[in-house]
Design a protein around this ligand. Structure first.
Ligand code: NAD
Length: 318
């Protein structure tokens, strides 16, 4: 079996091993592949593995030997799954691998807004403490989370994991989701989106990007929020109208925001958030601790193994 990985770099920049795939066939790994090289590199491969490189209908038609498409991610919108299905090619994804990593990251962002640990440390290294009249000082308001309310929009795997951590911090947890379940009820009070927006001190987004959730955080919703709310987005950029978030940060309506995802990635130079006040922007890294990428690699290999044994798993285009 010939296996080709078109964009392996973000999953394995050198600290993991592709051995699992090597054991299954003749493997060729590319760090990145530009649009012009996709068909040439797939050539007569039996299996193609991608992260963000698009596999279009035209590519599928141009690669007659292709029998399997594996995605190194949960989201599989980069593959034309219908065209693959018409050719009888299963597309397999990684349904869950990053739950603990992403929910931990929500708190990395939130705690940075509450304490500005890095900026305080830098101020000490710059001599501010040495020259201080007092035995301590702080450059920003310091915020305690216990007793505050977090509102979680999308209460699935990552949302619930975030809710559990919030409870450990002594926070009250509100959740909004189209579907409710008993596990969720043990962590949070399910409420309407309106109530969540009105009553939360911190709002964290964890719903998927769908036509119904695009722009779910916009001017109207922001107006309903408490003055001085903290906003976190580790889910998908287009869930937020970025100009509206920028305006709310600049006016002080939103005290601080942290986003790991933006509308277009990599971020465009004219993204309004780049010039907004009190915003932390990170380059889509919530998923990426080594432990999380190891899990992803293991499941991606298991997916291909299962396909080869005739009992495919994690198929998204059945
Ligand atoms: P999940 O499917 O377990 O949970 C999503 C929840 O959102 C479900 O409970 C679903 O019912 C709910 N939902 C769907 N439509 C909704 C709507 N209109 N309003 C409110 N809730 C709605 O998914 P998950 O594993 O928890 O992942 C959540 C999201 O996190 C993913 O969709 C992805 O966008 C994002 N993510 C980001 C990173 C990162 O590195 N930043 C990594 C992994 C996942």
């Amino acid at each position: 079996m010939k296996i080709v990985i078109l964009d392996g770099y973000t999953e394995n920049p050198g600290d993991l091993s592709w051995e699992g795939f090597q054991n299954l066939g003749e493997l060729k790994v590319y760090d990145r592949t530009s649009a012009n090289d996709i068909v040439v590199r797939i050539a007569d491969s039996d299996a193609v593995i991608v992260n963000k490189t698009p596999i279009t209908k035209e590519t599928i038609a141009a690669c007659p030997n292709l029998k399997y498409i594996g995605v190194l991610a949960t989201g599989y919108n980069v593959v034309d799954v219908r065209a693959a299905k018409e050719r009888g090619i299963p597309v397999c994804n990684i349904p869950t691998y990053g739950t603990t990593a992403v929910s931990q990251y929500v708190f990395a962002l939130l705690l940075e807004i509450c304490h500005h640990v890095w900026a305080h440390s830098e101020s000490v290294k710059a001599g501010i403490w040495t020259g201080s009249e007092d035995w301590c000082y702080w450059c920003y308001p310091l915020i305690e989370l216990a007793g505050k309310t977090i509102g979680i929009i999308g209460f699935g795997r990552i949302g619930q994991s975030t809710g559990r951590i919030a409870k450990a911090f002594g926070m009250k947890v509100l959740a909004y989701d189209e579907y409710q379940n008993n596990t969720g009820r043990q962590i949070a009070d399910y409420v309407s989106l309106d109530k969540l927006l009105r009553e939360s001190d911190v709002i964290s987004l964890h719903c998927p990007l769908l036509p119904s959730t695009k722009g779910i955080i916009n001017k109207d919703g922001i107006q309903k929020m408490k003055d001085g709310v903290i906003f976190i987005n580790t889910s998908r950029g287009p869930l937020v109208v970025e100009q509206d978030l920028t305006d709310a940060l600049n006016s002080g309506k939103i005290y601080g925001a942290a986003v790991d995802v933006v509308s277009t990635e990599p971020i465009l130079a004219d993204n309004p958030l780049l010039k907004a006040k009190n915003v932390i922007i990170t380059p889509h890294i919530a998923w990426a601790p080594k432990e999380s990428r190891e899990r992803l690699m293991k499941i991606a290999v298991q997916n291909l193994e299962a396909f080869l044994s005739g009992k495919p798993i994690n198929i998204v285009n059945q």
